[in-house]
Design a protein around this ligand. Structure first.
Ligand code: K3U
Ligand code: ZN
Length: 156
């Protein structure tokens, strides 16, 4: 089932998400399934749990080539639980971003060109990944959602 996408202004988008503690919780797997179908229906390239009303540290990165990033890799959606940013390059790149919670807005955002991330899969195994360019950008955008930051929004 696809979940309602919270829009900018919904307080949940400014809150900090909690780590997942039990991986065998059936509610967690229902959330992940719902996020995957919501992402598919919204035609997005990323999604974070707070955007569908759940303050859990779960996000999905699903890069694919698109007009703005024609050389972006085609990825199977990657579900990341309790992600940790281990390293982010000081080298930054300006790039266009959109956000399913901020419809009809596109913005130029500076992001690290490369990130190293540690995360858990839905099965609970710990993984590490290094991304550059568009996948790195999507990750940083979704990771912001887990700490209550929405792109283009400056907290007073
Ligand atoms: O479908 C979108 C809409 S915006 C989007 O997918 C956000 C992810 C994103 C798009 C572009 C750059 C960084 C993150 C998803 C969100 F809102 F949940 F974070 C899209 C935008 C740019 C390139 C390719 C696709
Ligand atoms: Zn977003």
């Amino acid at each position: 089932m696809t979940l309602r996408l919270r829009q900018i202004g919904d307080p949940i988008l400014t809150q900090v998400a909690e780590p997942v503690s039990h991986f065998r919780d059936p509610d967690l797997h229902r959330l992940i399934e719902s996020m995957l179908s919501t992402l598919k229906d919204s035609n997005g390239v990323g999604l974070a749990a707070p955007q569908v009303g759940s303050l859990l540290q779960v996000l999905i990165v699903a890069s694919r080539p698109n007009p703005r990033y024609p050389d972006a890799p085609q990825m199977q959606p990657l579900v990341m639980i309790n992600p940790q940013l281990l390293a982010a390059s000081s080298e930054q790149v300006l790039g266009w971003e959109g956000c399913l919670s901020v419809p009809d807005r596109r913005g130029l955002v500076a992001r690290s060109r490369e990130v190293e991330v540690e995360y858990y899969t839905p099965q609970g195994s710990r993984q590490r990944v290094v991304w550059q360019d568009f996948p790195a950008r999507i990750f940083q955008h979704e990771y912001d959602h887990l700490i209550g930051r929405v792109f283009l929004q400056r907290h007073p």
